[in-house]
Design a protein around this ligand. Structure first.
Ligand SMILES: Cc1cc2nc3c(=O)[nH]c(=O)nc-3n(C[C@H](O)[C@H](O)[C@H](O)COP(=O)(O)OP(=O)(O)OC[C@H]3O[C@@H](n4cnc5c(N)ncnc54)[C@H](O)[C@@H]3O)c2cc1C
Length: 446
């Protein structure tokens, strides 16, 4: 949509999405356990993509959720892109309020983190909220349509038309072909496996990027409040003791809800929060960076097999364990969860043992990382802390692109999470902007 925004009025643009229009995406955002009531594809697919029913937290930095400075080769332009994306969201109804980390408190947090060998990264954020995000995207869609952008929904792209090293359009699931001068491929996380197949089939230059595997942590909001008051979505980076692995906090949802994500063949967890409804808990992802080299570089396949194992152990539901039970090497039970101080906001779970679901190294990293975090945020690794597994972030199969987002195939541009070029809304949107502008440049030069 951000690419289309750049191209509107200058070129005929068709956005093809396998999902539905916002009004038809059935996501009951006012339910606490949204995923029990939703078509999984309606959460991840459709107009606005996964962003429509996300928490709508805009991380206003070019180096979180991607690396726009490296992509553009110009740090100032990278910040301009972030500013531009933010302005577009505000134009379509994102709240004016900004969450700016405050001076002295930030310094204190940085010092506290540094004293235990961790790093605190401050970020200015805007919070749209999952209850307002659909409206913002709806306004965006309507305006794009008014400016001539067309949408073809509930339509899966099956393949690309590539002739003589140049992309000429797409093939739809029913076999019909749509020809075009340019194609932007931006299938998001839900399309990571498809992207993998397309890249291999057409020999598009790409490399496997690391993935993030771990858990969704849920604690009483009161534990996190002193930190989230300073920064709504605080980012802590930790190197673990045993394996020297990189672990980080990600996507904190203060007074939010844990949700289930459904992928083809496995489930995962995520979180969201709303502007108009609060839980008593705060959740965040706690993720271990996994890089693979020889003989298996395919991080997507590795991540999927971990997620599948966790799904098997959980009987098709996320595995939920108390930190205290993990420490004692025993599974959590429904009875133990009932007595727990922190009550799980996601109900569709299997009380169990995450060390049966995740590799030993990842569990060790999570335990050690949480102990470090506990030094910065007392109580975060208490016995009653809840750990949901798996939480997997696929950013993999990073398509190699030039400064304009053009791939090794001529006239084929790539953007967003599915192409491994971003990991959040702002960066995904910015890569779309770059691709849109890249197409304009190329078209002018032709
Ligand atoms: C529950 C949840 C909460 C999140 N919270 C936040 C947050 O607070 N802040 C943040 O910055 N990020 C958040 N994210 C991540 C954010 O949503 C993504 O980074 C962002 O949406 C990526 O944008 P994208 O355009 O690359 O892909 P997506 O938004 O995933 O869109 C890809 C689209 O492509 C379509 N598609 C895929 N394959 C095909 C195909 N073959 N044919 C046709 N269509 C196809 C899909 O249907 C989908 O609509 C969250 C994600 C989830 C799931």
């Amino acid at each position: 949509m951000f690419a289309a925004d750049e191209l509107a009025g200058k070129m005929r643009v068709l956005i093809i999405d396998q999902g539905r229009d916002i009004s038809k995406r059935r996501c009951k955002m006012n339910m606490r356990s949204i995923c029990m009531h939703c078509d999984p594809c309606d959460i991840m697919c459709g107009v606005g993509g996964a962003g429509t029913y996300s928490d709508g937290t805009l991380n206003l930095r070019p180096d979180i959720g991607g690396d726009l400075a490296e992509q553009t080769g110009d740090p100032d332009y990278a910040w301009e892109l972030v500013d531009h994306v933010d302005k577009v969201f505000v134009k379509y109804g994102a709240p004016e309020q900004l969450y700016i980390p405050k001076g002295e408190d930030v310094e204190l947090l940085k010092r506290r983190a540094a004293s235990v060998g961790a790093r605190f990264i401050e970020i200015t954020q805007r919070h749209i909220g999952s209850d307002s995000a659909p409206e913002v995207i709806d306004n965006f869609e309507k305006d794009l349509k008014d400016r001539g952008i067309e949408f073809l929904l509930s339509t899966k792209v099956e393949d690309l038309i590539i002739e003589n090293g140049s992309c000429k359009g797409v093939v739809l699931k029913d076999g019909s072909r749509i020809v075009s001068h340019f194609v932007i491929i931006a299938p998001g996380r839900v399309g990571a496996t498809w992207m993998d197949e397309i890249v291999k089939k057409h020999k598009i230059e790409a490399k496997y990027a690391p993935i993030d595997v771990g858990v969704r942590v849920e604690v009483s909001a009161i534990v996190m409040d002193p930190i989230t008051r300073i920064n709504r979505d605080p980012k802590f980076h930790i190197q673990t003791k045993t394996y020297d692995d990189f672990v980080r906090t990600f996507c904190t949802n203060e007074h939010g809800y844990v949700v289930k994500e459904e992928y083809e063949g496995f489930i995962a967890t995520n979180g969201h929060s709303m502007r108009n409804m609060e839980s008593e808990n705060t959740n965040f992802a706690f993720l271990v960076r996994v890089n693979l080299t020889e003989p298996m570089e395919n991080t997507v396949r590795y991540g999927r097999s971990i997620a599948k194992l966790a799904t098997t152990i959980g009987g098709g539901k996320p595995v939920l364990q108390r930190m205290g039970d993990l420490r004692r090497g025993r599974r959590s039970t429904a009875e133990r969860l009932r007595k727990n101080n922190v009550i799980n906001t996601l109900k569709d779970v299997t009380p169990g043992d995450i060390s049966m679901a995740l590799p030993h190294r990842i569990v060790t990293d999570i335990k050690e990382g949480l102990e470090v975090l506990n030094e910065i945020i007392p109580g975060v690794a208490s016995d009653s802390t809840l750990l949901y597994a798996p939480e997997v972030k696929f950013y993999s199969m990073q398509v190699l692109v030039d400064r304009n987002m053009e791939t090794s195939i001529k006239s084929l541009f790539a953007a967003g999470d599915g192409a491994g070029l971003s990991r959040d809304i702002v960066n995904a949107a910015a890569t779309g902007v770059i691709a849109g502008r890249g197409i304009l440049k190329k078209s002018a030069a032709q």
